[in-house]
Design a protein around this ligand. Structure first.
Ligand code: NAP
Length: 330
């Protein structure tokens, strides 16, 4: 396996490559320290001689290393992913070829959970809509309509991992009743586990989506789940656009089958369907982890993984699908 050939000495230029845009300071560091090259967006445009040099790719959760690009890199040893979600990288191919994949868990949990709370408060209390009302000069003609109380509501969380639990703790501070759905109940918490997403939606005032993206969760929030949420229920999605059937969501909103939605993520970013741009939907341009502090922590963890690999050291945060490879190669 190629991973055993890594050494602490500075790798040859072209060994480290970049896929897609990165945080500018991360791009600068990998260019200065490793003379990193930027890979073409189209894998077919990759020069085979350059491709053969690449042992490490630094990428983001939005771009990743999809199947065709990974297949075009014969000596790839590691993908270091800036972001906790890595559904854009072909982890099945990586595991099969002995390529390690790392991500940036934990360091972004607080900011993403804060974003979920912001969206929940906004869909219940309609602060954004009421601010637009004031700015448009409509206050002079009468007060803003009454909204809904968030405190003491029932918050259903689909996916109770690192981020889901941080959302639950915050919701509990608002005296909310927390319910959750996962494939396996989480033993360390006392919140009620609900086995199905439909039943969770039926019992919740707001359904918050916090599962990973990818094939296993594609369209998990479908028309049936939305109908179960009901005309007084809100949907909040800070996970991945792929988890929600976006057409079904638009239909449910237009039919008044749900009360509104708060979305940080979309099916085809940065495209947002014009029919989603409605007053009862709060829309954010995928800013969940987007604070200076958190992005710097994510950069540092991405670099720690890259440096550990190049030095032949254990990786700080391998993803579960390839974590076993570290034990085999070090
Ligand atoms: P995590 O710790 O791995 O948690 C994932 C949770 O989802 C676990 O509780 C898991 O439990 C559950 N889950 C997985 N598949 C499921 C399914 N089919 N049905 C029900 N539950 C399922 O991940 P995390 O660190 O909390 O991150 C979650 C996701 O948030 C990331 O993967 C990423 O896509 C997204 N994210 C978004 C932003 C943003 O900017 N908006 C930023 C960071 C992360 P079981 O395995 O027991 O089912």
């Amino acid at each position: 396996m190629t991973n055993s050939t890594t050494s602490a000495s500075s790798p040859a230029p072209g060994t480290v490559a970049q896929a897609g845009p990165l945080l500018p300071s991360l791009e600068r560091i990998i260019q200065q320290e490793y003379a990193a090259v930027r890979l073409p967006d189209d894998a077919a445009a990759l020069d085979p001689a350059d491709a053969a040099k690449v042992r490490a790719v630094v990428t983001s959760g939005r771009v990743g290393v999809p199947s065709a690009l990974m297949a075009a890199l014969p000596n790839l040893e590691i993908v270091t992913n800036f972001g906790v979600g890595y559904d854009t990288t072909d982890v099945a191919q990586a595991a099969e070829r002995g390529i390690q994949v790392t991500n940036t868990p934990d360091v972004l949990t607080d900011c993403v959970a804060d974003t979920a709370l912001g969206l929940m408060l906004d869909v219940f209390r309609r602060f954004g809509a009421s601010e637009r009302f004031l700015r448009d000069g409509r206050w002079e003609s009468g007060g803003f309509p009454l909204t809904r109380r968030f405190s003491r509501s029932t918050v259903g969380i689909l996916g109770l991992g690192r981020i889901g639990q941080a959302i639950a703790r915050r919701a509990a501070a608002f005296d909310a009743t927390v319910l959750y759905t996962t494939r396996r109940p989480v033993e360390s918490v006392t919140w009620e586990h609900i086995p199905s997403a439909v039943e969770l939606a039926r019992r919740s005032d707001v359904l918050v989506v916090a599962v990973p993206g990818g094939a296993a969760t594609d369209g998990l929030v479908d028309a049936e789940v939305l109908r179960a949420l009901g005309p007084d229920g809100f949907l909040v999605n800070i996970a991945r656009g792929s988890v929600v059937d976006e057409d079904a969501l638009i239909d449910a909103l237009e039919a008044g089958e749900i009360a509104g939605a708060g979305l940080d993520v979309f099916a085809h970013e940065p495209h947002v369907p014009p029919r989603l741009i409605r007053d009862d939907v709060t829309l954010l341009p995928h800013v969940g982890s987007g604070t200076r502090e958190t992005r710097e922590d994510m950069r540092d963890l991405t670099l720690a993984n890259l440096r550990a690999h190049l030095a032949g050291q254990p990786l700080p945060t391998p993803v579960p699908e390839t974590a076993g490879l570290a034990a085999l190669t070090h």
